[in-house]
Design a protein around this ligand. Structure first.
Ligand SMILES: [Zn+2]
Length: 388
């Protein structure tokens, strides 16, 4: 998800927001927090891991790891649709021997790169560390790691995937002769599944039936609306807690569980001095309730094309890190900390689910303790903007 992308078109038309003299998402100059390096004004694309790097590193890890890692493509697994629009293989690595499947994905938005680095770092710990924490995660879970959900967008350094005419090896053009780009994180919907990647990963999800899922993104440079302090890490729940959708699912269980997951992550990461954490929003007073997002559709138990007849669903959350390559504000100096905060958060999430501590967390920590904007309205992909 990307807050600036999500918000600009939808929110700029709102009179109520225009009346607030508060900058919208993504506005404002970049500058450094005391403990987080200035992300800089240029993006070192050559230093960002590529899809090819990922494939090489996955295979190398599978060959050399202390604990078994299985690296497969969806072609090898045998989903009906198994390639990206442009024909790239879709990779998943699994590790652990537990009965409970867990889903971790990065880089569904191609210009949000560090989901790849973060998931690879955690995968390496899962594959090589003998520490009790990692042993417990391997015993409890089989973790399905998808470092790059959107290889075409990653290679092109764009958010979306481009619908592709494979015979002509060129973009499929619309009636006006324009490329058709699909945001893969809005494509798991009753009217979606336009892109091949969506069909492929969705079918895999119906095969895995994970118990929990996590998705890693980047957002624009963000500051706390009140204090002005830099926010480097936002915790997200794509169907708003207490909002119009989440409390209706599974008797309200996901409304509690998602808050417990993110509250646990917050408790475990808030005291690292270099991380500035809040709850994800798309502008002052506005949070999302997006049903076509992948992790939302998982919670909704979407049954597309009869592939999910049992209505499997699972609670799911997401992380947002500062900067993205589109805005050129992800410079190299902050890279280590940007990746590290995701790794810390992802590790806390896995560990807390494996040892059960997530389920002991007070879910009202989400509402009462984690910094964030007041919830005045919901930005939806199904009913416009709805007052809270
Ligand atoms: Zn994103």
């Amino acid at each position: 998800m990307d807050r600036s992308d999500l918000s600009r078109r939808s929110l700029l038309g709102l009179g109520s927001l225009a009346a607030l003299s508060i900058p919208l998402a993504g506005a404002g100059p970049a500058s450094a927090a005391p403990t987080f390096p200035d992300p800089g004004s240029s993006t070192p694309l050559s230093a960002i891991r590529s899809y090819g790097d990922m494939a090489d590193q996955l295979h190398a890890l599978a060959r050399s790891s202390r604990f078994p890692v299985t690296v497969r493509t969806l072609s090898q697994i045998g989903t009906q649709e198994s390639l990206s629009e442009q024909g790239r293989e879709l990779y998943v690595a699994t590790v652990g021997s537990g009965a409970t499947p867990v889903w971790v994905q990065g880089r569904i938005h191609g210009n949000e790169p560090y989901g790849l680095d973060s998931t690879m770092t955690v995968l390496r710990s899962l594959a090589t560390s003998g520490a009790a924490q990692w042993a417990r995660i391997r015993e409890e879970f089989t973790v399905h790691v998808i470092p790059v959900y959107n290889p075409d967008g990653s290679e092109a350094n764009i958010r979306e995937t481009i619908l592709w005419d494979r015979a002509a090896d060129a973009p499929r053009l619309d009636a006006q002769g324009r490329q058709q780009r699909i945001d893969l994180n809005r494509d798991w919907s009753p009217t979606g599944f336009v892109a091949r990647e969506s069909l492929a990963w969705y079918e895999y999800w119906t095969m895995v039936k994970p118990a929990y899922a996590l998705d890693i993104h980047h957002q624009g440079l963000k500051r706390d609306y009140v204090t002005g302090e830099e926010i480097t890490f936002s915790l997200g729940i794509s169907l708003a807690p207490g909002g119009p959708t989440l409390p209706t699912l599974e008797g309200g269980a996901y409304d509690v569980l998602t808050r417990q997951m993110q509250s646990h992550v917050w408790l475990e990461t808030k005291d690292y001095g270099f991380i500035g954490i809040d709850k994800y929003d798309v502008g002052y007073g506005t949070v999302i309730d997006i049903r076509g997002g992948v992790v939302s559709a998982m919670m909704l138990g979407l049954d597309h094309a009869g592939l999910n007849p049992s209505g499997h669903s699972n609670p799911a959350v997401f992380f947002e890190t500062s900067g993205n390559t589109r805005d050129g504000n992800i410079g190299h100096k902050a890279r280590g900390k940007m990746v590290r905060q995701n790794v810390l958060g992802l590790t806390a999430w896995l560990d807390g689910l494996a040892d059960g501590s997530v389920f002991e967390v007070d879910p009202t920590i989400w509402d009462d303790q984690i910094p964030g904007t007041p919830v005045l309205r919901y930005l939806t992909d199904w009913g416009g903007v709805i007052p809270a």
